[in-house]
Design a protein around this ligand. Structure first.
Ligand code: XIL
Length: 362
C-alpha cells in the first residue's frame, strides 16, 4: 500500500491521530504490518477471519454488553466483531440464570438476536454453557430437590436450550469447569444434587437434542499437563470408551502474560490422541496495570504462542478470544491489578497482540 492510500484509508476511518505515529514508525514503507508497530486495520489489511480461514482455522470472540450498546457505538463494536471473527460466543446470554429465569420460563430473546447476528454475518455460534456451577438461576439453587428431581431439571434445561437452537450451534460447552485444581470433581449444584453421573447425562441429553453440534468439556488451568488436566484426560478417555458423545475439550486459556505452559503442545497431543478436538475457547492474556509498552509486546508474543500451538495441531480448529476490546473484558473485575488482556485497545484500535496474531496467520 502506498503512503497516500494508507493515509487516505486511515483518515477515512477518522483516525488522523494514529496516522502521524504510524508514518513515523513505518519509516516510509508501510506495506507490511510489522509488530510491534501499532496501527489500525486498513482497507488493504485482511481481517483475521479471512487469514484464519485460509489456514483452516476458525477465530472467535465472546460478546455481552457490547452487543447491546446503542447507536453508533454499538455499530462500531459489532462492526469489529463481524469483520474480524467468524465464531461468536454469548459471554453470558446462554447461561442458566439468563436463559432459564424461572422453572417454566425460558428467555431466549437476547441469545436469539445474537445467533441471528452471527448467521447474518456468516459466523458460527458456540453455545455456552449447559452444566456449570456458576450463574445458575436462584429458583434452582434455592430449591430443595431430590436426586431424581435435580436430574430431571438438568435434562429439561438441556432439552429446551439445545433443542431451541438445534442445527444452528457449532459447538456446545456442555460441562464447564467440572474440576478442582487437585483433579477432584468440583462441588456445585449438579455434582452435589445429581452425583458424578451429571456429566454423562448432560452429554447424552445434548446429543439427543442436537445431533449435529460438537459437544465439549471445558475448564481452565487444563492447558498444561498437571493434576487437573490429568483428571480431564481420564474423564474424556473413559467417557469415550463408554460411548458417551463428547467431541472436544476446550481450554479456556485465561493466561497471564508469558504464562503459556511449556507442556501445552504435549497436552494438546494427548487429548488429540483420544480422538477429540482441542479448542481454545476463552483466550485472554492479562498484564499488570497500568500496562507498559514492554508488557504489551510480551503479550503479543504470548498470543503468538497460543496460535502457534493451535496451528501446529490438526486437532485444534478454533481459537476464541474472550472479548476483543480492553473496553469490555471480565479481567479487571476478576483479577485485581490486571487487565488490558485483549488484542484491541479501549478505542478498538489493534494492539501489538492483534498484529502478532495477524502475522502468525498470514
Ligand atoms: C464470565 C463473563 O465474562 C462475565 O461477564 C461474567 O460476569 C462472569 O462470567 N469461565 C467461563 C466464563 O466459563 O463463562 C466466564 O465468563 C469466565 C470464566
Amino acid at each position: 500500500m502506498t503512503e497516500e492510500r494508507l493515509r487516505a484509508s486511515l483518515s477515512t476511518a477518522g483516525r488522523g491521530v494514529v496516522v502521524a505515529t504510524l508514518l513515523v514508525a513505518c519509516g516510509g514503507d508501510p506495506a507490511e504490518p510489522v509488530a510491534p508497530v501499532v496501527q489500525p486495520p486498513t482497507v488493504d489489511s485482511l481481517p483475521l477471519r479471512t487469514l484464519a480461514d485460509r489456514r483452516g482455522l476458525r477465530i472467535g470472540t465472546a460478546v455481552d454488553r457490547g452487543f447491546r450498546l446503542p447507536g453508533t457505538e454499538g455499530t462500531r463494536f459489532m462492526g469489529v466483531v463481524s469483520r474480524e471473527f467468524n465464531v461468536l460466543t454469548p459471554e453470558n446470554d446462554m447461561k442458566h440464570d439468563r436463559i432459564h429465569p424461572a422453572r417454566t420460563t425460558y428467555r431466549f430473546v437476547s441469545a436469539d438476536s445474537l445467533v441471528a447476528f452471527a448467521e447474518a454475518n456468516s459466523m458460527r455460534v458456540r453455545g455456552h454453557t449447559l452444566a456449570w456451577h456458576n450463574q445458575l438461576a436462584s429458583w434452582l439453587t434455592s430449591g430443595t430437590w431430590t436426586k431424581d428431581e435435580a436430574t430431571a431439571l438438568l435434562e429439561d434445561h438441556i432439552d429446551n436450550v439445545v433443542g431451541h437452537y438445534r442445527g444452528r450451534i457449532l459447538e456446545w460447552d456442555v460441562v464447564n469447569e467440572p474440576f478442582n485444581e487437585n483433579g477432584t470433581l468440583r462441588s456445585g449444584f449438579w455434582l452435589d444434587r445429581v452425583g458424578r453421573e451429571y456429566i454423562e447425562i448432560a452429554f447424552r441429553k445434548a446429543a439427543a437434542a442436537d445431533p449435529i453440534a460438537s459437544l465439549f468439556l471445558t475448564d481452565f488451568n487444563i492447558e498444561g499437563i498437571n493434576a487437573k488436566s490429568d483428571s480431564a484426560f481420564v474423564l474424556v478417555r473413559d467417557l469415550r470408551a463408554k460411548g458417551v458423545p463428547i467431541h472436544g475439550v476446550g481450554f479456556q486459556a485465561h493466561f497471564q502474560v508469558g504464562g503459556v505452559p511449556s507442556t501445552l503442545a504435549a497436552n494438546i497431543a494427548r487429548f488429540a490422541a483420544l480422538g477429540v478436538k482441542v479448542h481454545f475457547v476463552e483466550l485472554d492474556i492479562r498484564v499488570p496495570l497500568p500496562s507498559t509498552t514492554a508488557a504489551l509486546q510480551a503479550q503479543a508474543q504470548t498470543y503468538r504462542e497460543v496460535f502457534d500451538a493451535c496451528l501446529q495441531s490438526p486437532a485444534c480448529g478454533l481459537v476464541t478470544i474472550w472479548g476483543f476490546t480492553d473496553r469490555d473484558s471480565w479481567v479487571p473485575n476478576t483479577f485485581a491489578g490486571w487487565g488490558d488482556a485483549l488484542p484491541f485497545d479501549a478505542s478498538y484500535l489493534p494492539k501489538p497482540a492483534y498484529w502478532a496474531i495477524y502475522n502468525r496467520l498470514k
